[in-house]
Design a protein around this ligand. Structure first.
Ligand SMILES: *Cc1c(COP(=O)(O)O)cnc(C)c1O
Length: 229
């Protein structure tokens, strides 16, 4: 077995164990393999062991991989910060975008989504840690942004996404993930039907699953340590 295949199995076991601890079904958490900085060949190896959903952060790099692997029927998620003038490639080539944090971006994506494709599935990125340097909308702004996005014709709002600040304080980390879940629940009480919480990465997926993550975004634990990009 290749390292990537073995790592994938280990990550799936971590997910299953975390689900068991949380009293959740293992199928309730989807694994998004974050392949940023890794070659198309590495993605191909992961795909050969059954992983079909991949997350990318850098557009040019992602487009090259998407084109190179077009025959494999993979599902591509854009999970990096997105500039307003770069929306077209995401609208045309991706199934999901996890990092919508302003209406202007959503509006452009809806306009640019090709009519032959299903709606682009999106998450609103929320800055749950209140750091000024991080992207994501403020928790107080998430509800109105979500309502506006839900009304756009060529997007399908699936839920919320977050990247909490790095911390060894598990209680604090849990409270950050819990905040995202509470925001989602409140929006669902208003009738929005959001089924997705995109939260948890290599080092904190167990905590995220405990608080309701439905997509964990995992890079390092599958592909290994990245070189600086
Ligand atoms: C890189 C990245 C990940 C994966 O992080 P790992 O620590 O390598 O698992 C997940 N989400 C986002 C938004 C990322 O940029």
């Amino acid at each position: 077995m290749t390292t990537i295949a073995a790592n994938l199995q280990a990550v799936k076991q971590r997910i299953a164990k975390a689900c068991a601890a949380a009293g959740r079904a293992p199928e309730s958490v989807a694994l998004l393999a974050v392949s940023k900085t890794w070659a198309a060949d590495d993605v191909g190896v992961a795909a050969a062991s059954g992983q079909l959903a991949f997350g990318e952060n850098y557009l040019q790099e992602a487009e090259n991989k998407i084109d190179a692997l077009a025959d494999l029927g993979l599902e591509w998620h854009f999970i990096g910060p997105l500039q307003s003038n770069k929306t077209r490639a995401v609208a045309e080539k991706f199934s999901w975008l996890h990092t919508v944090d302003r209406f202007k971006l959503a509006e452009r994506l809806s306009t640019q989504r090709p009519p032959g494709l299903p709606p682009l599935q999106v998450c609103v990125q929320v800055n749950v840690s209140g750091e000024s340097s991080k992207s994501g909308c403020a928790p107080e702004a998430a509800a109105s942004l979500a309502r506006e996005i839900a009304a756009l014709p060529h997007l399908r709002l699936r839920g919320l996404m977050t990247i909490p600040e790095p911390t060894d304080d598990l209680t604090l980390l849990r409270s950050r993930f819990a905040l995202l879940r509470q925001l989602r629940d409140r929006l669902n009480d208003e009738g929005l039907a959001l089924d997705t919480l995109s939260m948890g990465m290599s080092h904190d997926l167990e905590t995220a699953i405990l608080e309701g993550a439905t997509i964990v975004r995992v890079g390092t634990a599958i592909f290994g340590e990245r070189q600086r990009h």
